[in-house]
Design a binder for this molecule. Structure first.
Ligand code: KDG
Ligand code: MG
Length: 412
């Protein structure tokens, strides 16, 4: 089973996606997601110029060897561009291997460890009435766990709450508040941590009063706090029993979580911008987190993320894979197969893709009663319709950024 062709496909139905398609000499195809929101073409160049020439003529069965070869031979290691490119090759090869075996991929990964994957969706609102409507709408769709993001009095536009500018620039497609803005320069948002820290606990109190104690609630701090601020937030949210508090401090400094951990029992999740097991080494070993947020797409594929999660399992740390719409249906399918097979699955983030995206990527997963299942077609269970994909050329899109009241650039 020799790799005969490798195509890098860029398409922008609802939003940009980068997909690697490998074809073997016996006609099997495999897909891998290489989408890096706002920096998509960097991965396209890495793949087309540097990786594709290395794939042709290679044995498609040798997945681990290919991973090690792409990782080690480049000399320049890690980072989101490199690891997204390697992930795409890895996932496409797993797709091919599972098709060759005539099995859904999760069977090759050890078989199902559960019947389905608990998902959480994104509820948000600039004020309580809007937030409550959004929570009710998610509950009525079937979500059993909900991420709560809220506007903060005095701030016009913040992460997780679609600003009118983003909504309009995205041509009215809301994607449950996808932050990237198409065809323009980055949207500037504003930020004030003290107002946020005062306001957020009042919102969780109101949500618990309205919706009761049962629903698992999550919240994303999006890297915006200092360690002591994050510790204070974790402590002030303890009465509201969060499922997790995510990305409280900037991810570059894992030691920051020591201080947070010393002060709060609110469970912590981090890692959507991590790329390798080495980013997790300290925080897993020191048990500073409860959930690993890495996506298959950004962490070197199934082969590498499985190693991260096996390491995490030694410390009862669970998966909470990143799954906003910037993970393509191919990346989501890979997450579902991995999540179904591992023992330490925690929860899966799940935002529905738009109708155009679903027409480009035909999928076999199901989402019933808040639970995902990848389906039982051989491989990942996703095919890419080239004609549909060709209708949607790449459109430049930028993620937003933050400034404080005095103009200082801040983490968003
Ligand atoms: O591209 C950036 C998004 O993936 C990110 O803002 C989403 O934080 C995010 C989440 O938790 O889904
Ligand atoms: Mg996040």
């Amino acid at each position: 089973m020799i790799i005969d062709r490798a195509e890098v496909i860029v398409t922008s139905p609802d939003r940009n996606f980068v997909t690697l398609k490998l074809t073997t000499d016996d006609g099997l195809t495999g897909l891998g997601d290489a989408t890096l929101n706002g920096r998509e073409l960097a991965v396209v160049a890495y793949l087309s110029e540097h990786v594709v020439p290395l794939l042709i003529g290679k044995d498609a069965h040798r997945i681990e060897d290919m991973w090690q070869f792409l990782y080690r031979s480049a000399y320049w290691r890690r980072g989101p561009v490199t690891m997204a490119a390697i992930a795409a090759v890895d996932v496409a090869l797993w797709d091919i291997k599972a098709k060759a075996a005539g099995m859904p991929l999760y069977q090759l990964l050890g078989g199902a460890s559960r019947t389905g994957l608990l998902t959480y969706g994104h509820a948000s609102g600039k004020d309580l009435p809007e937030l409550f409507d959004s929570i009710r709408s998610h509950l009525s769709q079937g979500y059993k766990a909900i991420r709560v993001q809220t506007g903060v009095p005095g701030l016009k536009s913040i992460y997780g709450i679609a600003s009118n500018a983003t909504f309009e620039a995205n041509k009215g497609v809301r994607y449950d508040h996808e932050p990237a803005q198409r065809g323009a320069l980055p949207n500037e948002e504003d930020w004030d941590t003290r107002s946020y820290l005062r306001h957020v606990p009042t919102v969780f109190e109101a949500v618990r009063n309205e919706f009761g104690p049962e629903i698992p609630l999550l919240h994303d701090g999006h890297h915006r706090m200092t360690p002591i601020q994050a510790a204070a937030l974790g402590k002030s949210l303890e009465p509201y029993d969060l499922f997790w508090l995510e990305d409280v401090t900037p991810a570059e400094n894992p030691e920051a979580l020591r201080l947070v951990r010393q002060h709060t029992t609110t469970p912590l999740a981090i890692g959507e911008i991590f790329n390798t097991v080495w980013d997790y080494q300290q925080i897993i070993r020191e048990q500073l987190i409860d959930y690993v947020r890495s996506a298959v797409t950004h962490t070197g594929g199934i082969s590498h993320l499985k190693k991260v999660l096996e390491y995490a399992a030694q410390y009862q740390i669970k998966s909470g894979m990143h799954g906003p719409t910037d993970i393509s249906p191919v990346g989501m399918a890979a997450a579902m197969h991995l999540g179904l097979s591992i023992h330490n699955f925690g929860i899966q983030e799940y935002m529905k893709h738009g109708a155009k995206t679903d027409a480009v990527f035909q999928q076999s997963f199901t989402w019933n009663d808040g639970m995902l299942h990848p389906g039982d077609k051989p491989g990942l269970g996703v095919t890419l319709d080239a004609d549909e994909a060709g209708k949607y050329p790449y459109e430049k899109a930028y993620l937003p950024y933050n400034r404080l009241a005095d103009g200082t650039v801040h983490d968003w």
